[in-house]
Design a protein around this ligand. Structure first.
Ligand SMILES: O=P(O)(O)OC[C@H]1O[C@H](O)[C@H](O)[C@@H](O)[C@@H]1O
Length: 355
């Protein structure tokens, strides 16, 4: 196994201009801090809400998907995620809205925030500042201010856990502090396994990166459990490794994507499938994964990875953490700085010319 740069922490940090590895290392503490941020903040009064809607993009929207999956068997209200300038027609004063933007300057989220206010929805903003923080504060809305200074995708604890804390304080969840503490403790164990100081021969994240080097990651999760993790992995390979990646979920992929492994052979030979598994996967989905693995592994490389941890959140984040590290190691193997996303910066600058 030629791991080169992966086993040289100094080389890894020399590549990393934005401290992405440090931010990943700090995720357990970030999760605990994120819980405490809601503290005594004044929150909207519980009303006759009919749905919860999270509006955001990228790393800020993934927190909404985490909430959607996590809340599905706990809340009597549906959680919907909105990644757009506009809001669905049903949003009104009976909707509880989280407007989430780490920078506070994502134009789609600012526009959706305005729409939510116009429709009379109760809004809680989660942000490190920016225009969203200013607007929401000026409107007298609750603003949960999270610490700034890292990339939004590295702030997944800050962008998700405050929603859980708000919902606990409003009486929708209970026992979540222990859940978050369990999550933090488990992530502390995992960083010792996946972090830069742990050699490749004992480090699953580095081993995965070696499998994925020069290949196209295709990440498969399961509906209702790891679906959000699959999407997160895809985004992390895109933004950290600056590489294409694709995701899908069982059982849906058994009805279309699984047929697509006959040709073209040269492309199939460069695909590496990751199947994300969790104890809570439906038993039929587990069987589908086993049969599918036997079918597709003749055509493409494949690794199965398993969620670990004492609680549901710990399990979800155990896989997120593995993908975060693996994607940064893939970047390192290609000599790429995991931090800057110049393509997105360019896009935003071009858009700004037409304001
Ligand atoms: O959380 P926000 O500041 O609104 O950012 C939303 C998204 O914006 C950009 O596109 C970044 O590159 C993403 O990483 C980020 O998740």
């Amino acid at each position: 196994m030629v791991s080169g740069v992966l086993d040289n922490p100094r080389e890894l940090s020399a590549l990393d201009s934005m401290g992405m590895f440090q931010a990943a290392w700090n995720l357990p503490e970030q999760c605990e801090k994120a819980w405490s941020l809601v503290g005594e903040a004044s929150l909207p009064e519980v009303a006759d809400w009919r749905q919860i809607l999270v509006t955001g993009l990228g790393g800020s929207a993934i927190g909404g998907d985490l909430l959607r999956v996590f809340a599905a068997d706990k809340l009597h209200l549906p959680v919907l995620v909105n990644r757009d300038y506009t809001l669905p027609w049903f949003v009104n004063k009976y909707t509880f809205v989280f407007a989430v933007s780490y920078s506070g300057n994502t134009e789609e989220t600012l526009s959706a925030y305005d729409a939510a206010r116009e429709r009379g929805a109760s809004v809680v903003a989660i942000t490190a500042g920016g225009k969203l923080g200013e607007k929401a504060a000026a409107d007298g809305q609750t603003v949960i201010r999270v610490p700034g200074g890292i990339a939004p995708r590295a702030a997944t604890g800050y962008l998700f856990i405050p929603m859980v804390a708000v919902l606990e304080r409003l009486g929708f969840f209970s026992g979540m502090q222990a859940e978050v503490e369990g999550l933090s403790a488990h992530l502390q164990e995992l960083r010792d396994r996946y972090g830069p100081q742990t050699a490749t021969r004992e480090n699953l994240a580095k081993q995965l990166a070696l499998n994925l080097q020069g290949r196209l990651p295709v990440i498969w999760g399961a509906s209702g459990t790891t679906e959000v993790v699959a999407q997160r992995w895809k985004g992390q390979f895109n933004e950290n490794a600056k590489a294409p990646a694709y995701w899908n979920v069982f059982p849906e992929l058994n009805h279309n994507e699984v047929v697509g492994f006959e040709q073209p052979e040269d492309l199939l030979g460069r695909i590496w499938i990751i199947i994300l598994k969790d104890d809570a996967d439906h038993p039929r989905v587990r069987l589908r994964m086993k049969i599918t693995r036997e079918m597709v592994s003749k055509a493409a490389g494949l690794t199965e990875v398993f969620a670990s941890g004492p609680t549901e959140l710990a399990r979800l984040y155990s896989l997120i953490y593995l993908g975060d590290y693996a994607s940064m190691y893939v970047a390192a193997l290609a000599g790429i700085d995991p931090g800057p996303v110049r393509v997105i910066d360019y896009l935003k600058n071009e858009l700004a010319k037409h304001e």
